[in-house]
Ligand binder design. Structure first.
Ligand SMILES: [Zn+2]
Length: 112
């Protein structure tokens, strides 16, 4: 079983051909849209990169179950989800909270 616990291991994984191929599949499946924005009724797609400019919105393909804890799901399409930068950060923040419960962030899931 491969492990993705250290920065180096993760870096290596995210540079692999296997990941790049699967990532493309996830983007195509998700129609290049943030799945969380979509759930909220919005559409966030990757912006077109014009020469000399930074891209405004960048989509990430995220592991629902982090590869650090679920290395066996690293290359499982069902474990992947396309997220915009905002939602990706929120999600990472929440994951972070689980690891370090002392630093609690407010999360209002209940606002509906
Ligand atoms: Zn989003």
């Amino acid at each position: 079983m491969r492990e993705y616990k250290t920065k180096e291991q993760k870096k290596k994984f995210y540079r692999s051909k296997e990941w790049e191929a699967l990532r493309q599949l996830a983007l195509i499946r998700d129609n290049y849209e943030c799945q969380h924005c979509k759930r909220d009724g919005g559409v966030t797609v990757d912006s077109i990169k014009s020469p000399g400019q930074r891209k405004g919105i960048v989509l990430n393909v995220d592991h629902k179950y982090p590869i650090e804890f679920y290395p066996q799901l690293a290359l499982v399409l069902d474990n992947l989800e396309t997220l915009c930068v905002n939602h990706h950060n929120i999600k990472e923040g929440r994951t972070f909270d689980k690891i370090r419960p002392s630093k609690k962030k407010k999360w209002n899931d209940e606002r509906w």
